[in-house]
Design a protein around this ligand. Sequence first.
Ligand code: TRP
Length: 341
Amino acid sequence: MKKVILTGDRPTGKLHLGHFVGSLKNRVELQNSGEYDMFIMIADQQALTDNARNPAKVRENVLEVALDYLAVGLDPTKTTLFIQSQIPALYELTIHYQNLVNLGRLQRNPTIKTEIRERGFENSVPVGFLTYPIAQAADITAFNANLVPVGEDQLPILEQDREIVRTFNSLYGDVLTEPEAMLATDEKSRRLPGINGIDEKMSKSLNNGIYLSDDTATVREKVMQMYTDPDHVHIDDPGRVEGNVVFYYLDVFAPNDPRVAEMKEHYQRGGLGDVTVKKYLIDVLEGILSPIREKRAYYETRPDEVREILRAGSEKANVVANETLKKVRDAVGINYFDKEK
Ligand code: TRP
């Protein structure tokens, strides 16, 4: 049997180049290897845990994220693409797992602690937000996922999910599959900086991103604004490559390109202007983004087709999740009216 991969994204914004090199590209490779059974979830329910007062934002971004998925080459004939909120079994699994986790353990989760601080939730954290690691255990176990590709920030969540699985299995028998986190790409790709400087990760909330849906003119403009070396004032001045966002991007998007090695040397020696390097980066990015943009445009004009892909994917996901739920109910012993036990 093939190993199962499950992962997902919160639909709170369009996806950007950081998502592309940090996860999407890798998912497409995993998909095309044919070695896995892959489920990718648009985690709208999780997005609502800190956006309950703005459900329209979540709703709109479900479609945007779906378009981004299809645009990068996730293929609904190979990968099950679905919407989290449409899988009722996930809610019930969450309730069962809630009984296995104590409050202090959730409050000590380093990711949750950071996210509470970032959102100013210190004095009033929504219960659903605090407990999203438990719901995430439901997401993962419902599909019997062996591998969960995630960013580094999600490792403490995965660790807590693994604990939930072990607790459940030790109490009720060997029912749930214990997942493993998968950090698939190199460190540089996982921490793609935004356009304003190397210390800031590209982020939906910081407005420092290049989006998969940006048009050519926008990409050009953003690259032209990119942080380089503030001391490289005149073309003849020697420039710094470390901490220079343009060269960081070239390392990530044009790895092993001899032209980049040459430009680095020239830049450090002096005599190479920022604009020349930026123009090269624009060409490199356009090479990557233009096929993505084309595919996105195709699906943008066919929203019914996209909706049908998500509907069919959710239907398929429901079959699998319901099987897991049945096993969980049987294991806990709350299957009073089932004919065949
Ligand atoms: N928490 C993940 C994030 O913020 C999104 C997510 C929800 C997820 N459910 C998941 C990721 C299950 C992996 C598996 O990126």
